[in-house]
Design a protein around this ligand. Structure first.
Ligand code: ADP
Ligand code: TRP
Length: 320
């Protein structure tokens, strides 16, 4: 099984990204031949500040490596280090119906928000198809927001295969089971764009301030409280053991609980969960050459695979 997924370097990763995507990507590296890459060309459709983009790329590489991506198991690289990807994207774009792209929800959502689209935003799914098809991936683990993009990839691959003969492996998406939707500090879905996220690598005072800012109601201490309606409980249960979650549930229901107690426990549990990763991240951050080497080796390996697929596609359509 060949697995591929891309991560946009669009800001600091948060607990929702961790439970909804990263943790599962890392588990999958033991289940097949995994290719994970930093989708920096895709990020250019939204991040237009070069210094910021450079920083995000570095951050996402550090985050994934610190959280357990093992470069000896998974091939880890930057999309922009694989020149075969944009070249393949062009070949694909010549068989992609406009209507297929016009129907994409993520594109339509951005239009609806009043964003004036550039061609990159419109062609985003074609570049994504090139990412996937270039390594002959069978399985693409993504969040459900990306499901349609993988379906578009399948359509494009089949269209090309029908027109020019069997060239591409037609991939399947694997929708990552949502860890429920992880709620943010205001109870809405945690998202960078809502400003309600808790960063994976926050610690000390910064983490304390963020957790203390989780919105709770003003019920008196002695009142019984509904745990399922409480933002602190809903985050705590994602990280606590079953037994501990049951104990907190009891304490909420019984009354006499100060929300600050549950918040303190949430901080402690995040410290326990991410302590190792934070230390690894600090250590790696001091050795940028190690990161460069990992990405360089990954890119070499990915280019080897990509060159073969591209040659096949060029030959199929007569550019050989
Ligand atoms: P954001 O909404 O912060 O911009 P992204 O859209 O970049 O996050 O998310 C990348 C991946 O992380 C998604 O495909 C999804 O799998 C996962 N993810 C993001 N936010 C959450 C959340 N609140 N709960 C569960 N998974 C999430
Ligand atoms: N569009 C994906 C996201 O925003 C990132 C991505 C780019 C990707 N290319 C990909 C994911 C190829 C899976 C496969 O999350």
């Amino acid at each position: 099984m060949r697995i591929l997924s891309g991560i946009q370097p669009s800001g600091k990763l948060h607990l929702g990204n961790y439970l909804g995507a990263i943790k599962q990507h890392i588990e999958l590296q033991d289940k097949g031949e995994a290719f994970y890459f930093i989708a920096d060309f895709h990020a250019l459709t939204t991040v237009k500040d070069p210094a910021l983009l450079r920083e995000h790329i570095k951050d996402v590489a550090l985050d994934y490596l610190a959280l357990g991506l093992d470069p000896s198991k998974a091939t880890f690289y930057r999309q922009s280090d694989i020149p075969q990807v944009p070249e393949l994207a062009w070949l694909l774009t010549t068989v992609t119906p406009m209507g297929l792209l016009e129907r994409c929800h993520s594109y339509k959502d951005k239009l609806a928000k009043g964003i004036s689209p550039d061609h990159g935003l419109f062609a985003y799914p074609v570049l994504m198809a090139a990412d996937i098809l270039i390594v002959d991936a069978n399985v693409v683990p993504v969040g459900k927001d990306q499901k349609q993009h993988v379906e578009v990839t399948r359509d494009i691959a089949m269209k090309f295969n029908n027109l020019y003969g069997e060239t591409f492996v037609v991939p399947e998406e694997r929708i990552l089971p949502e860890a429920g939707v992880v709620p943010g500090i205001d109870g809405q879905k945690m998202s960078k764009s809502y400003g309600n996220d808790i960063g994976i690598f926050l610690e000390g005072k910064a983490l304390r301030e963020r957790v203390m800012a989780i919105v709770t109601d003003s019920a008196p201490v002695e009142a019984p409280k509904d745990p399922d309606a409480n933002n602190v409980f809903n985050l705590l249960k994602l990280f606590a053991s079953k037994e501990e979650t049951a104990e907190w549930r009891e304490r909420f229901l019984k009354g006499g609980l100060k929300y600050s107690e549950a918040k303190k426990r949430l901080i402690a549990i995040l410290d326990e969960t991410f302590h190792g990763a934070r230390e690894r991240r600090k250590d790696l951050a001091k050795r940028p050459d190690v990161i460069q080497d990992i990405l360089k080796t990954g890119a070499e390996r990915a280019r080897g695979v990509a060159a073969k697929t591209l040659a096949r596609a060029r030959q199929a359509c007569g550019i050989d």
